[in-house]
Design a protein around this ligand. Structure first.
Ligand SMILES: [Zn+2]
Length: 193
C-alpha cells in the first residue's frame, strides 16, 4: 500500500479527522486520531497487518508480543499471518508484566508489535521484558509512528505511517484564536496524542 492509500483508509474509517480537537492531554490539535477505529474493519486490519507481516517474513520470528490493550489486535493479526504464536504484556499496578502463564524461551526471535508509538514507553518496557528472558528482540513494528521517526527502539523498526503530533497549549492554540469551535470527537472519545 502507498502512503495515500493508507491515509485514505484511516480517513474513510473515521480514525483520522481534520478539525479542532481537545486531546486527552488537554492540548488542542488540528487532527483527531484513534487507531482502533481503522482496525475495527477486518479488511483494513488484514491489509495493515499484511504490510507488517511481509516486512518481517524472513526475520525468523517465533513469537509476537504486544503491550495491552492497543497492541493486541494488531499483534494477533500479525502473528496469525506469520503463523507464529502471539502473546501480550500488560500493566499491573503500573508495571508492565508478562502474565497469564505466557513464557518466552531464550532461543526465540521476538517481534514487538504496537498500534501507535508516541513516546515508545510501553514498547521499551516490553523490550526489556523480552530481553530479560534471554530471547532476542528481532524487531519492533507499529501501525503508526507519531514521533515521526524520532523514537528509535530497535535496529529493525517498521511503521506503516509516520505522523507527527501537532498540538498546542489551549491559550496558544491558533484554531481557538480563529474562533473555530472544538469538534465533538475529541471531547467525547479518547484521541491518542
Ligand atoms: Zn484550540
Amino acid at each position: 500500500m502507498t502512503n495515500p492509500e493508507i491515509l485514505a483508509m484511516f480517513k474513510s474509517s473515521g480514525a483520522l479527522l481534520d478539525g479542532h480537537f481537545r486531546l486527552t492531554s488537554g492540548r488542542h490539535s488540528n487532527s483527531y486520531f484513534q487507531c482502533a477505529k481503522v482496525l475495527q474493519y477486518p479488511e483494513h486490519l488484514t491489509a495493515i497487518c499484511s504490510e507488517i507481516a511481509a516486512h518481517f517474513m524472513s526475520s525468523g520470528i517465533t513469537t509476537v508480543i504486544s503491550p495491552a490493550i492497543g497492541g493486541i489486535v494488531v499483534g494477533t493479526e500479525v502473528g496469525r499471518q506469520l503463523a507464529v504464536r502471539t502473546i501480550f504484556a500488560e500493566r499491573k499496578e503500573g508495571t508492565m508484566m508478562i502474565r497469564r502463564g505466557f513464557s518466552i524461551d531464550p532461543s526465540e526471535q521476538v517481534l514487538v508489535v504496537e498500534d501507535v508509538i508516541t513516546t515508545g514507553g510501553s514498547v521499551a518496557e516490553v523490550i526489556e521484558l523480552v530481553r530479560a528472558t534471554g530471547a532476542n528482540v528481532a524487531g519492533v513494528a507499529s501501525v503508526v509512528d507519531r514521533s515521526n521517526g524520532k523514537v528509535l527502539l530497535a535496529d529493525q523498526q517498521f511503521s506503516l505511517l509516520m505522523m507527527e503530533v501537532v498540538s498546542y497549549a489551549p491559550e496558544e492554540c491558533p484554531l481557538c484564536k480563529e474562533g473555530i469551535p472544538i469538534d465533538a470527537p475529541g471531547s467525547r472519545s479518547n484521541p491518542q496524542a
